[in-house]
Write a protein that binds this ligand. Structure first.
Ligand code: 13P
Length: 261
């Protein structure tokens, strides 16, 4: 296993979910982009409707705009869907895929996530594949096997090259920690990230070592330093705390300070 985090970028991405009307989204993005960070790649994921405005507001500033999902096709008779090329067209540089809320509400299976990931990487998007276990799986003790399998199924059927390896990101978000105020402990997060690191290295050989592994689930300024301490935690996917510029940028600063050169 390649344990050199220097090979992987550090990301902190705010997932705004179904929050923020146009003016609020633009204002929040502007505040985030105004502060920026040297050692951390910063991303924001507004709704599809506010994405173009956010991208215009922060054009040429070092913050990547992410879609929260995308469709299975670039174009076609798929009412309601938005293809990866369409995200690129309005200024997105990335996309989140397989968030547990999408898996639950929109029946986004791991097979669909894998197909979307291949398409999104092909479109040149930073592609964040999200995985995580529900509480009953964690309590029964089968979480590492469950999440590792979910990850491999969500990455099935495509290979990476130098360019696409630099755009793939994985986020571990235990379902029981999302929006609940409960977080995995640093030890729990570290153990899962180590298991996922091994799986990525096996799956993609040398390219696997370049894929950053983010943690998500009730990340806040108060717990960010502790959660970033395990060696295979390469950053955060932040929900609630990303809706306020100050708390989000505090998480970015804390992560930047602890950044491993
Ligand atoms: P919270 O930070 O609100 O728990 O949400 C995490 C999340 O789902 C990010 O994608």
């Amino acid at each position: 296993m390649n344990d050199s985090p220097a090979r992987r970028p550090t990301w902190v991405i705010g997932n705004w979910k179904q929050h923020k009307l146009t003016a609020e989204a633009n204002a929040l993005a502007d505040e985030v982009a105004r502060r920026g960070s040297d050692h951390v790649r910063v991303g924001v994921a507004p709704t599809h409707l506010t994405l173009a405005g956010v991208a215009t507001t922060i054009a040429d500033r070092p913050v990547t705009v992410f879609g929260q999902t995308c469709g299975l096709h670039d174009t076609g008779a798929f009412t309601g869907d938005v293809g990866p090329q369409m995200l690129v067209d309005v200024g997105a540089g990335g996309v989140l895929l397989g968030h547990s809320e999408r898996r639950e509400m929109a029946h986004e299976t791991s097979a669909k996530v894998a197909a979307k990931a291949a398409l999104a990487l092909g479109a040149g998007l930073h592609t964040v594949v999200c995985v995580g276990e529900p509480l009953d799986v964690r309590e029964a003790g089968g979480h590492e096997k469950f999440v590792t399998s979910m990850l491999l199924e969500s990455l099935d059927g495509f290979e990476l090259n130098d360019a696409s390896a630099s755009r793939l990101v994985v986020a571990y978000e235990p379902v029981w920690a999302i929006g609940t105020g409960k977080t995995a402990t640093a030890t729990e997060a570290g153990a899962m990230h180590e298991a996922l690191r091994v799986a990525l290295d096996e799956r993609f050989s040398a390219c696997g070592a370049r894929i950053p592994l983010l943690y998500g689930g009730s990340v806040k300024p108060a717990n960010a330093a502790g959660l970033f301490a395990p060696p295979f935690v390469d950053g955060f996917l932040v929900g609630g705390a990303a809706l306020d510029a100050r708390s989000f940028m505090d998480i970015v600063s804390i992560t930047a300070k602890a950044h491993r050169p």
